[in-house]
Design a protein around this ligand. Structure first.
Ligand code: AMP
Ligand code: MG
Length: 403
């Protein structure tokens, strides 16, 4: 077991426990946020055939006067969805709609606004443009691998998959993540609460984070600080899940039962990471499945998820940490408030990032305690202050901006 390690070292150890997820075929209707398990070659050319980018007239460019008026004979109409059976000769034009196939003999389009009809003729008084013809395959050729393995399906990638002819796509099965909250002081929100108790909140927040990262969370509720009860819940969760996230019970105290049970009955790869807040996380295995032991303080559990659990999802999907799905992006911000760093630890102070002129500005607004989940709501990012560094007013520093 390694103790008190850097975030980079922790990420290396975590990456050794990435999941090997099977793939499944799903319909595009259900694909939002899912991760492609195989690259998709296009089944068609895009465009599939030469077609008009404009409503107007298919013409021969050489027929049309520059600057003057040109009279062309109308030989037909073609609209999107119609089979192409028309040919035009010199001096002729065919009425055409956006997306309709180009008649034989035409090599340019005049937009409808640059024309007027006079009986069987059309009078052209604007440019005939070859660039208004969309050429077969100019976007994609049949067989092009336009969506690669690991792509997160979004509005645009889903549209592209459909354009390429797919109604179903192979995606990784969602990783199933069991979430267990520990602590004698916890009761479920909206249940009877005594003066010495608090509402359990971490499992709900962590479940939302898991979903954002493309996982399927199962909340196993509250476990009191009892080793026997925790063992039972861990064994139950491990049977149904790919990995487990616990909250609470990983510090130095006598009641820190997650650390205790992992020491004696599980396997710990590391404990404590040089970050603040979020110092005491542990990572290891329970019955061969990855287990993240997040600290109980609500801000800490959220930020440890950001720093350690998100990269593990990326490893599992075989994608860069910066690729979607993710919780935000690294940016440079100019500090409007001074922020104190942390001794020997990466310091994640909550900041509010706003866009101003050509740069981003950051300010702090609430008490920064790791128990204050409201600080995550009042702000929209965190500093990434290297160990032993403070940020002065006006200084530009690295930060993480939440989505
Ligand atoms: P622990 O990590 O168990 O020492 O808990 C640290 C702090 O976080 C304590 O103040 C706990 O009451 C609080 N805490 C622990 N678990 C939760 C939870 N699931 N929801 C909200 N607060 C929690
Ligand atoms: Mg506790």
């Amino acid at each position: 077991m390694e103790v008190g390690i850097s975030i980079d070292r922790a990420k290396i150890l975590i990456s050794e426990s990435k999941l090997n997820l099977p793939s499944e075929n799903i319909h595009l209707d259900n694909a939002n946020g899912r991760i492609l398990a195989e690259g998709l070659p296009s089944k068609v050319n895009d465009p599939r055939f030469n077609n008009s980018a404009m409503d107007g007239w298919a013409v021969r460019e050489a027929d049309c006067q520059h600057g003057g008026e040109t009279i062309l004979k109308i030989v037909g109409t073609i609209q999107a969805g119609a089979e192409q059976t028309i040919s035009i000769n010199s001096g002729e034009a065919c009425k055409i709609t956006t997306g309709a196939p180009i008649p034989n003999g035409a090599d340019a389009i005049v937009i409808v606004e640059d024309s007027r009809v006079d009986g069987n003729n059309v009078i052209i008084f604007g440019p005939a443009k070859k660039s208004f013809i969309r050429i077969k395959g100019e976007n994609l050729s049949k067989g092009n691998l336009a969506l690669s393995e690991g792509t997160c399906m979004t509005a645009s990638t889903i549209s592209l998959a459909a354009t390429m002819g797919y109604d179903e796509i192979p995606v990784y099965r969602k990783p199933i993540i069991g979430i267990i909250s520990t602590g004698d002081e916890l009761v479920m929100p909206n249940s009877k609460i005594n003066d010495h108790q608090i509402f359990e909140s971490n499992s709900f927040g962590i479940a939302a984070l898991v979903e954002k990262m493309g996982g399927d969370p199962i909340r196993y509720g509250i476990v009191t600080d009892s080793i026997d009860q925790l063992r039972k819940t861990l064994n139950h969760a491990v049977d149904n899940c790919d990995a487990i996230i616990t909250s609470g019970g990983v510090s130095m105290g006598d009641w820190d039962i997650v650390r205790k049970i992992m020491e004696t009955e599980g396997e710990i790869n590391f404990w404590k990471v040089n970050m603040r807040p979020g110092g005491p996380p542990l990572f290891g295995k329970w019955k061969k499945k990855p287990l993240f032991g997040l600290p109980g303080n609500p801000v800490s559990s959220h930020l440890v998820f950001l720093m350690l659990v998100c990269p593990w999802f990326s490893n599992t999907y075989g994608i860069e940490e910066t690729a979607p799905p993710n919780l935000g992006k690294k940016v440079r911000v100019r500090m409007k408030d001074a922020v104190k760093g942390a001794k020997n630890k990466l310091c994640l102070r909550r900041i509010k990032i706003t866009s101003r002129d050509k740069e981003l500005e950051a300010s702090t607004h609430t008490h920064q305690g790791s128990g204050n989940i409201h600080s995550m709501v009042a702000h929209n990012g965190v500093t990434l202050l290297p160990p032993n560094t403070d940020a002065k007013i006006g200084e530009i520093i690295d930060a993480f901006w939440f989505n």
